[in-house]
Design a protein around this ligand. Structure first.
Ligand SMILES: *Cc1c(COP(=O)(O)O)cnc(C)c1O
Length: 451
């Protein structure tokens, strides 16, 4: 028979003093601290503390405190809030667009049962996301209709598949974009049934290239893709939307414009960035953008365009596989109907005001104020510098700042930790100052080898 762990020496075994699971679970403090957690997660936390005591890492008397501390640090989601001090506005690794207060409230309101597809007046089923559609059409009157899907990639997949499956999509070689994490838009399109037909060269594509390809009668759609994350300079030429629309329509073929970045109307702060209203006025049949780039809303793919084209896309079976969820629809509507979202506020920051804020922070925590260009980041304004300022601190701070609460993400360059306030909400300046002090305290401990 296996020997009992509470054998003869058991009375002396400190492990016998480890509090039992049901005792720990019943403690009022544990019950209170575990309000936002499921029972399994709480049990795991309790077991982990007991195991530490069994291994002798903590005293049995400290198990209860260890459980409470662990529960205090635990949250139901592992995603942590970040202060983005990089100056990069649409930072894909940091979740792209931070939502406006209005959009956050809408998320909260829509998170339970909600009338996303229901008419409360008649009690009948209603068009899904009618509010988001109406807000889009109000914000972009040039569009006859709108459809919202899961993201920009899904919008491209749906448009090319519904309009050109089994046929060719004409695509300039200068616009074969690879977006983040190695995803190539042309491979995405080809994966769903339309055949990508490249025209022109990397640097130059002409109207005749499109016309020659269209003459064969095998083309289902012409695609114009905004090179949202790079620029080709030098000996270049491309065919603009207005001319391309004329060429496509002369052959009875629709023009899809994938703008990516998400401006619905021209933005003075980014004069070279294409926008949906202009693309539609120029003759594009459907324009695709992301919801969480310069539009400043939730992850979504937005299709705006001619009513009959949008209706065709909405009817396609793929539309169901890429449909937007109620949370995205709620946040998108609120972003469009609410005040200027944080992304556009960050884009339009006055450099003088940024410098004053940065100088005030320097007075509190030290460091020097240096010129620092912000960036739009993922999905627009490629290579366009946004003049601004940063606080330059000691480079060793970057890691402890990331480990702090909230986490602060800075840039390390030229042997300095650069904190750009462009994307830090003004009301978070106190929090940021406290995070820097805390990071310094932590950094000192690390240097002493104590942590
Ligand atoms: C970002 C981008 C996409 C992909 O959009 P997601 O919302 O990231 O899926 C597609 N096309 C262009 C031109 C883009 O810039």
């Amino acid at each position: 028979m296996p020997q009992s762990p509470t054998g003869d020496q058991g009375a002396q075994d400190p492990r016998r003093r480890i509090p039992r699971t049901d005792h720990l679970l019943a403690l009022p403090e544990v019950v209170a601290a575990s309000g936002s957690m499921g029972e399994r997660v709480v049990r795991d936390v309790v077991r982990a503390a007991q195991d530490r005591a069994r291994r002798g890492e903590i005293a049995p008397e400290d198990v209860q405190a260890a459980v409470l501390a662990a529960l205090g640090e635990h949250s139901a989601s592992s995603l942590r809030p970040v202060l983005n001090a990089t100056g990069v506005i649409v930072h894909t690794n940091l979740g792209r667009a931070p939502l406006s207060a209005a959009a956050r409230q809408a998320l909260q309101d829509a998170s339970g049962y909600t009338d996303v597809e229901f008419d409360l007046a008649t009690g009948a089923r209603a068009r899904r996301g009618a509010g988001a559609r109406a807000a889009l059409l109000a914000a972009c009157p040039a569009a006859e209709d709108a459809l919202v899907v899961n993201n920009g990639a899904a919008a491209l997949l749906l448009a090319t598949t519904a309009l050109a499956a089994g046929r060719e999509v004409l695509w300039s070689r200068g616009e074969l974009v690879e977006i983040g994490a190695g995803f190539r838009l042309a491979e995405l399109v080809a994966s769903a049934g339309a055949q990508v037909r490249e025209v022109g060269t990397t640097n130059r594509t002409h109207a005749a290239d499109y016309r020659d390809a269209l003459a064969g009668g095998t083309v289902g759609a012409v695609l114009k893709v905004h090179t949202s994350n790079y620029r080709i300079e030098g000996f270049t030429s491309e065919v603009g939307i207005a001319e391309l629309a004329g060429i496509a329509h002369a052959h009875g073929v629709p023009l899809i414009a994938d703008l990516g970045s998400g401006l619905l109307a021209p933005e003075p702060a980014l004069p070279a960035e294409p926008d949906t209203a202009t693309a539609l006025a120029d003759g594009a049949d459907v324009v695709l953008t992301s919801g969480d780039k310069l539009l400043g809303g939730p992850q979504a793919g937005i299709l705006l365009g001619r009513a009959e084209v949008i209706a065709r896309l909405a009817r396609h079976p793929l539309a169901r596989a890429v449909r937007a969820d109620k949370l995205a629809l709620a946040a998108l509507e609120a972003t469009l109907a609410g005040p200027v979202p944080p992304v556009l506020a960050a884009l339009r920051q006055d450099p003088v005001a940024l410098r004053e804020r940065t100088a005030r922070l320097a007075e509190r925590v030290g460091g020097s104020v240096v010129p620092h260009d912000g960036r739009v980041g993922g999905g627009g304004g490629a290579e366009v510098p946004l003049p601004g300022w940063a606080l330059a601190l000691e480079p060793g701070l970057a890691a402890p700042l990331r480990a702090g609460e909230p986490a602060v993400v800075a840039t390390v360059r030229d042997d300095a930790c650069l904190l750009d306030l462009r994307c830090v909400p003004g009301e978070a300046d106190d929090t940021l100052a406290a995070a820097i002090e805390a990071a310094r305290a932590g950094a000192v401990i690390t240097a002493d080898g104590k942590r």
